[in-house]
Write a protein that binds this ligand. Structure first.
Ligand SMILES: [Zn+2]
Length: 464
């Protein structure tokens, strides 16, 4: 495990080296996405869109501004966000009659429209999502992708006829999440957040947390069951088949650019970032090793190879007039999964030299049928990245009986179920209580605070 300060410096450095984003923009926490960083995020967004489109969600795009009057309707929700919203108070030189809030999330923007869109049971379920910036006035130290004030955000919002239908939606969201996290090589734990820490206005909240090399947990996705809490406030009702009017039940699923931050921290190394092939803008780079007198021949062969590979993967040919070593350094810093070297010796043997970014493993592969062979290398790397991170998560999850034994990583701590003991676990360890495991795990112990025997435990960890 890296020390927090060491982690912090290293994290900034690999982002700069890969030219992902620039934090020198003159507003703290509002960073500029640079082309390479944005191209990774677009691939992640694409994977998210595919999942949500395939499960019957429609993509929408709501305005960024929400009138104060709508924002303030749900009391708990407002209380949860009041310290971190940006306000728009003027239009030109005129003070606005109704102040506008820059969305910190879109419940209060969407649900007045849901009220208009949902009329009868035939309109349900209503399933929409959007990928938009949201704004939160972060007061803690900001960090690229992980803690920013303008957040590249994903949110899905659904409305259902019954509580059970909404529960079914949460189960679908968890399945979507599993598929996405596999693509992103981000193993995670799902916890039911403690009641005192659920999303403002939710009936209950689930969080998916991954573990950073600093030993801190990072929330990568959240799922909220709203029941009819928001529907009552925004008067979202439908007419049942019997002609009665009743409230809808709602859910949301949220993710953000943090997932990119998680990939960088978990998989990066001293050479820079390492990208899972599924979301790497360049999956393979072809580097010709030019020998005096044979440049033309080697370049021609490299071009031929590039054209062949292009049919099967995202590939680049680096034919710049630069030393091969500098090219290796450049593409390694950018996390490109495989490098294909092609020199005179390779050509003579009708082979290429393939180097994997995650392990550094070097292998000679026959030139014949290379596109297929390289696809296999990429698939294997995708699996290996998940497996390594999953092993690390497992090895850094501890079961402790005394609070003094809490370690960096995730601690399973016996809990009797009372809010008082739950909060005491958090106070006395200086950690956050992530919640109880959503997928049941066996536990036989005692509450770490009051000593009462219990089969229940919470995950506790320092969080990012
Ligand atoms: Zn207790």
């Amino acid at each position: 495990m890296r020390k927090e300060e060491e982690f912090s410096d290293w994290y900034s450095e690999i982002i700069e080296k890969a030219e992902l984003s620039d934090k020198r923009y003159p507003i703290k926490g509002m960073n500029v996405w640079r082309p390479y960083g944005w191209s990774i995020m677009k691939l992640i967004d694409h994977a998210i869109r595919e999942e949500f489109d395939a499960t019957g969600h429609g993509e929408v795009n709501f305005p960024v501004l929400i009138p104060e009057t709508e924002f303030q309707k749900e009391a708990e929700h407002v209380k949860g966000f009041e310290g971190e919203v940006f306000w728009v108070t003027h239009g030109g030189v005129n003070e606005l009659d109704v102040r506008l809030v820059l969305r910190p999330t879109s419940e209060t923007a969407m649900y007045p429209m849901f009220k208009i869109w949902v009329r009868s049971h035939a309109d349900l379920p209503l399933k929409v999502y959007q990928i938009v910036p949201v704004f939160r006035y972060e007061t803690k130290m900001t960090r690229s992708f992980m803690r920013v004030r303008e957040i590249h955000f994903f949110e899905s919002h659904t409305a259902h006829a019954t509580f059970e239908d909404a529960e079914q939606q949460i189960r679908e969201d968890l399945q979507i999440n599993e598929r996405l996290m596999r693509l992103l090589a981000l193993p995670y734990l799902v916890s039911r957040r403690p009641d005192w820490d659920k999303f403002p206005g939710a009936h209950y909240s689930l969080g998916a947390d991954t573990l950073l090399p600093s030993g801190r947990a990072l929330q990568v996705a959240t799922f909220h069951q709203y029941r009819d809490n928001f529907a009552k406030v925004y008067d979202v009702t439908y007419e049942t088949e019997k002609g009665e009017h009743t409230y809808v039940h709602q859910t949301t699923d949220g993710m953000s650019e943090r997932i990119l931050g998680a990939i960088l921290s978990i998989h990066g190394d001293e050479k820079g970032i390492v990208l899972p092939p599924a979301v790497a803008p360049v999956q393979a780079v072809v580097v010709p090793i030019l020998e005096k007198g044979r440049q033309e021949e080697i370049l021609l062969e490299a071009q031929r190879l590039f054209m062949e590979l292009r049919e099967r993967m995202r590939v680049k040919l680096d034919d710049r007039d630069v030393r091969p070593g500098d090219k290796y350094y450049y593409w390694e810093a950018r996390g490109v999964p495989v490098r294909v070297e092609l020199g005179p010796r390779d050509i003579a043997k009708q082979a290429v030299t393939v180097v994997r970014r995650d392990t550094g493993q070097k292998r000679e592969l026959p030139r014949e049928g290379l596109p297929d062979r390289l696809r296999s290398v990429l698939e294997l790397m995708q699996i290996d990245m998940w497996d390594r991170a999953e092993k690390s998560l497992r090895e850094n999850t501890f079961t402790i009986t005394r609070l003094e034994d809490a370690k960096d990583g995730i601690n399973r701590v016996g809990w009797c179920g009372t809010e008082e003991c739950g909060k005491a676990i958090s106070d006395r360890t200086g950690m956050n209580v992530l919640g109880t495991p959503f997928y049941p795990e066996e536990f036989d112990g005692a509450c770490a605070i009051c000593g009462k025997p219990t089969a229940q435990f919470v995950y506790a960890a320092k969080v990012y």
